[in-house]
Design a protein around this ligand. Structure first.
Ligand SMILES: Cc1cc2nc3c(=O)[nH]c(=O)nc-3n(C[C@H](O)[C@H](O)[C@H](O)COP(=O)(O)OP(=O)(O)OC[C@H]3O[C@@H](n4cnc5c(N)ncnc54)[C@H](O)[C@@H]3O)c2cc1C
Length: 277
């Protein structure tokens, strides 16, 4: 089986997509450069996929958007966020990770994206650069401005310190920022926090926020709703700081400190300072 894979440079999720694709057959990796124009990029991918049995990309915002365009163009069904393929049956993540669905994927080529953090990252493949054709009335992204948190982006940070309703206010985030700064990490938050206007939406972790996979996620005053866990379950370790030992986040946490975050977070920062002299 021949499999066309859309990959992005230096992208962990693309390496994960390669792993899923290699399980299907022989891989041909392609990419595009320049201004992101979903309809035009999809036209290039669809043309390159002539004769391919499957088209695969990462289940990132961009991968899902592009392959949705490709599927529309080729008039084929599309399965997003697939974890497993067995014949024509795909298992895929639905509802922000709260359920797994088995579905039959008909159509040729089979078009699917790999659910983030459900495959190990594969070896990079040689990448063929495609050229996007002119597509009439195709919208293009002219500029992308990444919001930075303390100099480290939320998506790439190895440590993320997040605050929820328990932080209490915009000013309350000073202790979260301090700890994140000491750990060289980024600040995140729950949706309650962005809805209250304490932090910008770009800081939100979750189903409708950023999906992250740091080495360590520190959740302070966050209950652990499924929509929040959908964004942080890729973390290697989760430390929950919460005054409720029954909070749902405990089911996902590797470590927990039960108590008032307004006491615990500054205490951790003070210990870090002390340890560093
Ligand atoms: C379609 C949809 C999409 C959504 N997308 C997202 C999303 O992307 N991200 C997201 O986060 N949510 C999302 N939500 C909202 C989600 O369901 C929860 O409402 C939200 O995550 C709760 O935020 P929280 O944990 O900060 O607040 P709460 O659930 O109120 O939890 C606060 C926690 O803080 C603890 N606490 C309080 N005071 C202290 C203290 N002083 N010290 C220590 N602990 C304390 C409490 O015990 C509690 O566990 C979505 C909801 C829907 C319906």
């Amino acid at each position: 089986m021949s499999v066309l894979v859309f990959v992005e440079p230096d992208d962990e999720l693309s390496l994960q997509a390669l792993t899923l694709a290699r399980g299907l057959g022989d891989v041909r990796a392609v990419s595009l450069e320049g201004a992101y124009a979903p309809a035009a990029w999809a036209a290039a991918i669809a043309a390159a996929a002539d004769g391919a049995d499957a088209i695969v990309a990462a289940g990132s915002d961009r991968g899902n958007e592009l392959l949705a365009h490709v599927a529309a163009r080729l008039e084929q069904p599309f399965a997003a966020n697939v974890t497993r393929i067995d014949g024509d049956v795909v298992t895929r993540v639905r509802w922000g990770g709260s359920l797994l669905e088995e579905a039959r994927l008909h159509g040729s080529p089979r078009i699917l994206t790999a659910a983030p953090h459900t495959q190990p990252a594969g070896e990079p493949a040689p990448v063929e650069l495609l050229v996007a054709p002119e597509v009439e009335h195709a919208p293009a992204v002219v500029e992308r401005v990444e919001e930075q948190a303390g100099g480290v982006s939320l998506r790439d940070a190895k440590v993320v310190v997040s605050g929820g309703r328990g932080v209490g206010s915009t000013e309350g985030f000073a202790i979260i920022e301090e700890l994140a700064g000491l750990l060289g990490g980024a600040v995140g938050c729950s949706r309650v926090v962005t809805s209250a206007g304490w932090r910008p939406h770009t800081d939100q972790v979750g189903q409708t926020g950023t999906k992250i996979s740091p080495d360590l996620y520190i959740a302070c005053g966050i209950s652990g709703a499924t929509q929040h866990i959908a964004g942080c379950k890729g973390a290697k370790k989760i430390l929950a700081i919460n005054d409720d030992p029954e909070a749902p986040i405990m089911a996902s946490a590797d470590y927990a400190v039960i108590g008032d975050l307004h006491v615990i977070v500054p205490a951790i920062s003070a210990e870090l300072r002390k340890a560093r002299g």
